[in-house]
Design a protein around this ligand. Structure first.
Ligand SMILES: [Zn+2]
Ligand SMILES: [Zn+2]
Length: 398
């Protein structure tokens, strides 16, 4: 069966490359994925699969019904691109300025279309109903997954699987792990307000820059002193603004003799467990309140919870690992891969039903394909789509 599946994947490969490159050239953002969703819906309809569009606003669901089957598994692809300028010089480069498929969701969509084609051909061998889930807006909060779930994407589904192309692993490799695999990724915004004034009369002001700097430094101790060393977490301050400079011009024209009335601070928190997430959030505000109170400043603390942890459940993990091992052998299976502190809205599905997420190696050092997702020169070795499809087809055929 393994040889038959690889043969099928190779036979569909050129068509799937064409679809991927077409989607790549016309990237769409967030929920605005009408063209891409249209390609997915049309491809499913051509196969005689029953299709629902407008799920989760612009998502697509296809159900391949198998007579006599009682179980249903879902295979998920995301369809959206990123608001980044692509800096590759590939012939299928994005034709739309400032938008590009630099996370590989074009390949995910194309692979799921290929998987549907192969499974339709092998339908007589299927033992479970298969649901194809094409979702919008993986990259942008609040994510497309909650909207898909609200519109019934997981209704009557027993298990769900998702894959992601990953250039840090070589084509022909798969990686996954049991339990938490991808982090909850939250953001926070802080306004710290003091009393501005003349820089030569600091005693008449409440200087939010000094207070903000103390907070930023102290926040670095949260991971070191409030999180169990055996747990994983990240606190990164990524925004720190004070004064009135026009940031595009550096500090040209800025007032160096004025203490500003407020500073803005922002950042991200990544965690793999809810208890750690709660602790970090509480400690951030506690430090902020402490410094603000000590210096007679006021603050606002706006903490936005992002996508939940992507959690891999049994028996899905064992199923995925056995399937991957059967396809590429033990040497090309990275298991258990250490969890990654990136976020994925696949986490929403994994909070609802048994799920497993698998990284599909997409890198090729000899071809110079080494840049990570979201890099302006990100690309995949398209051969990885054979492995992505082979895994999904095999998972569906158990
Ligand atoms: Zn991404
Ligand atoms: Zn992605």
């Amino acid at each position: 069966m393994k040889d038959l599946i690889f043969e099928q994947c190779h036979r569909h490969f050129n068509d799937i490359v064409t679809i991927r490159r077409d989607i790549h050239q016309y990237p769409e953002l967030g929920f605005d994925v009408h063209r891409t969703a249209g390609i997915a819906a049309e491809a499913l309809q051509e196969l005689g699969i029953s299709v629902k569009t407008g799920i989760g606003r612009t998502g697509v669901i296809g159900d391949l019904e198998v007579p006599g089957a009682s179980k249903r598994i879902a295979l998920r692809a995301d369809m959206d691109a990123l608001p980044i300028q692509e800096l590759t010089d590939v012939p299928y480069k994005s034709k739309i300025d400032g938008k590009a498929h630099l996370c590989g969701h074009d390949a995910h969509t194309a692979m799921l279309i290929g998987t549907a084609r192969i499974l339709s051909e092998l339908q007589s061998n299927l033992k479970t109903h298969i649901r194809f889930v094409f979702q919008p807006s993986e990259e942008a909060l609040p994510g497309g997954a909650p909207a898909m779930i609200a519109d019934g994407a997981l209704e009557d589904v027993d298990e769900i699987y998702g894959i992601h192309v990953f250039p840090l692993y070589t084509v022909g490799e798969y990686a996954t792990c049991p339990g938490p695999m991808l982090a909850q990724s939250d953001t926070f915004q802080i306004t710290l307000t003091g009393t501005g004034g003349h820089a030569a009369f600091p005693h008449l002001t409440v200087d939010p820059i000094v207070i903000g700097a103390q907070f930023v430094t102290a926040a670095q101790s949260i991971i070191a002193r409030n999180v169990n060393p055996l747990d994983s977490a990240v606190v990164s301050i990524t925004q720190l603004h004070g004064g009135d400079a026009n940031l595009q011009n550096g500090l040209a024209g800025a007032a160096f003799n004025v203490i500003p009335p407020r500073v803005l601070i922002g950042g991200t928190v990544r965690t793999l467990q809810k208890t750690v997430q709660t602790r970090v959030q509480e400690q951030l505000e506690s430090l902020l309140a402490g410094f603000a109170n000590a210096h007679n400043a006021t603050y606002t603390f706006d903490y936005q919870e992002g996508y939940p942890v992507t959690y891999n459940h049994e028996p899905c993990v064992t199923t995925a690992v056995d399937t991957a091992r059967g396809l590429v052998g033990e040497d090309n299976l990275i298991f258990p891969v250490p969890p990654i502190l990136g976020g994925e809205d696949f986490g929403y599905y994994s909070q609802k039903i048994p799920a497993c997420f698998v990284m599909v190696g997409a890198g090729n050092e000899e071809k110079g394909i080494v840049n990570m997702c979201h890099h302006p020169q990100f690309d995949i070795d398209e051969t990885c789509m054979v492995y992505g499809m082979a895994l999904l087809v095999n998972l569906a055929m158990r």
